[in-house]
Design a binder for this molecule. Structure first.
Ligand SMILES: Cc1ncc(COP(=O)(O)O)c(C=O)c1O
Length: 413
């Protein structure tokens, strides 16, 4: 059996506890009468005498998690194989167990944050709300924007509020302490699979103090699968230990300075946001016909995601692509207004997207990805947002082409 079937960097592998365990096991006879049912188990195994158990780790997984925590500067870190979603839910649970009842949620929040609050009975307040018990930020956001973390963390410390950061897009930022979620947050998620070389769904959730770590462990125990994938766990450890790619970072920064009007840089070098304007979906289609797949298009911007594992060849393709499609870009691209929070309850109904203009949204919905609401509950639906929903390929919060809105009878106005 090939000792390195995934063609991983052998220098990094030497330091990876979980892959080493899998490689050792793969060299031995292994007749599988255990799960998973494909019975090909050598890499994709289950909890066996030698492979430890993520729910109560004592061996290789415990050591891997401790080393990850040391790299991320956490009191404790937990490997997740169910995406940042389970990390967001777990940290909201830990916050609630610490006495948090209301939370100021950035309006860039992923739907898992809204769902978590709903599930845990946490009151959602608009971002910047002074009355909230805790603050929940997304950093970086889908476009690579990083909020003023030092100032927000200081304000939270001074007012005794917990700071939770959803770093689903910032797993690679632990190299840059000044903009890394873990430098500022009490609880934070690193969505390792999005910007580091881990398999899809690999993530980590961490806590700053021993007290929060205990509560977070309870949350993780509730929201994480009891059948974590060993290949994903191994890839998470590998990804966190993957080295910084300074050469690539410097080249990307040069690219940002070459196209200052067409590319927006929000602080995170891995998100190359190409501001196109009206023809963005058209450009996305042409790119795909050419075999080039961006992370997402929001109807105005085509956003390319890089990682420290992006190859020189891939980067050359990006440079050529930007040059080729520059003539399609408008001079000024107005941002789509952020979704707005309003208090509203009442009877709801589903209406065709085209007929929803002027109605009040009753269920958060938006483009997928990035899976951040374009419309929030209580928000008046505008023509611009309808156009975006109608043009996008993939949506969430929509049922059979219909949006959930409040009924318009007077009681509900
Ligand atoms: C900001 C943010 N948070 C959380 C998530 C959920 O991550 P996952 O898909 O890994 O569960 C996403 C996914 O797109 C996201 O963009």
């Amino acid at each position: 059996m090939n000792a390195n079937p995934f063609r991983l960097n052998t220098k990094i592998l030497k330091d990876c506890k979980i892959y080493s365990m899998l490689f050792r096991a793969a060299r031995k006879r292994h007749v599988s009468f255990h799960t998973p049912g494909h019975k090909k188990g050598k890499w994709d195994i289950t909890e066996l005498s030698f492979s430890d158990n993520l729910s109560a780790p004592r061996g290789v997984l415990k050591r891997a998690q401790e080393e990850i925590a040391a790299i991320l500067g956490a009191n404790a870190s937990f490997i997740l194989t169910d995406g940042s979603t389970s990390g967001v839910l777990s940290m909201l649970y830990a916050a609630r167990e610490s006495g948090v009842r209301s939370i100021a949620l950035s309006n860039q929040s992923h739907k898992s944050a809204l769902n978590g609050c709903k599930l845990l009975g946490l009151e959602v307040l608009p971002e910047n709300s002074p009355n909230a018990d805790a603050v929940f930020l997304t950093s970086p956001d889908y476009y690579g924007n990083i909020p003023d973390l030092p100032a927000i963390a200081k304000a939270c410390r001074e007012s005794g509020k917990l700071l939770l950061i959803d770093g689903a897009h910032g797993g690679h930022l632990h190299f840059e302490k000044g903009i890394y979620a873990g430098t500022y947050a009490d609880l934070w998620v690193d969505g390792v699979h999005k910007s580091l070389p881990a398999y899809t769904q690999g993530a980590v959730v961490s806590a700053r103090t021993a007290e929060l770590s205990e509560k977070l462990a309870e949350g993780v125990d509730i929201f994480r699968t009891t059948s974590p994938s060993y290949p994903i766990m191994a890839s998470v450890e590998y990804a966190v230990k993957f080295p910084r790619n300074e050469r690539l970072e410097a080249e990307v920064m040069r690219l940002f300075s070459e196209y200052p009007e067409s590319l927006s840089f929000g602080g995170d070098w891995t998100k190359v946001c190409f501001k196109i304007g009206k023809r963005a979906f058209e450009v996305e289609k042409m790119l795909e016909a050419d075999g080039i797949f961006a992370e997402f298009c929001d109807g105005k911007n085509v956003v390319f995601y890089l990682s420290p594992a992006t190859t020189k060849k891939q980067f050359r393709v990006l440079k050529k692509t930007l040059k080729k499609y520059l003539p399609y870009a408008e001079k000024t691209v107005q941002p789509t207004p952020a979704p707005l929070f309003f208090e509203k309850t009442g009877a709801t109904e589903w209406v065709e997207i085209a007929a929803a203009e002027g109605r009040i949204c009753a269920k958060p919905c938006g483009l997928f990805p990035p899976c951040t609401p374009l419309l929030l509950c209580g928000e008046k639906i505008t023509r611009e947002k309808i156009r975006l929903l109608q043009t996008a390929d993939n949506l969430f919060g929509v049922k059979e082409g219909k949006l959930c809105v409040y009924q318009t009878n007077e009681e509900n106005e």
